[in-house]
Design a binder for this molecule. Structure first.
Ligand SMILES: [Zn+2]
Length: 75
């Protein structure tokens, strides 16, 4: 029996949703309860709650209204 895996596609990826919470941009994952990654847009500090699936790659982006910078997430 032959199994042919595409190893480059093995790592699951989730696309996060982003919202603004004061000076924080909060990324959360609809597929991972408890996952949260927040970035302070004034200091650049990032805080992470790994959630239920820490092995999953999370990506997302957020563009604040009225600000020129955009913030992206890719781990
Ligand atoms: Zn996820």
């Amino acid at each position: 029996m032959l199994f042919n895996f595409d190893t480059s596609g093995d790592t699951p990826k989730h696309t996060c949703t982003a919202r603004r919470d004061g000076v924080w941009v909060v990324f959360s994952c609809p597929l991972c309860p408890g996952f949260e990654r927040r970035m302070n847009i004034q200091t650049g500090v990032m805080r992470v709650k790994p959630g239920a699936h820490p092995q999953v790659l999370h990506q997302g982006s957020f563009t604040p209204v009225g600000l020129e910078n955009s913030y992206s997430l890719l781990n």
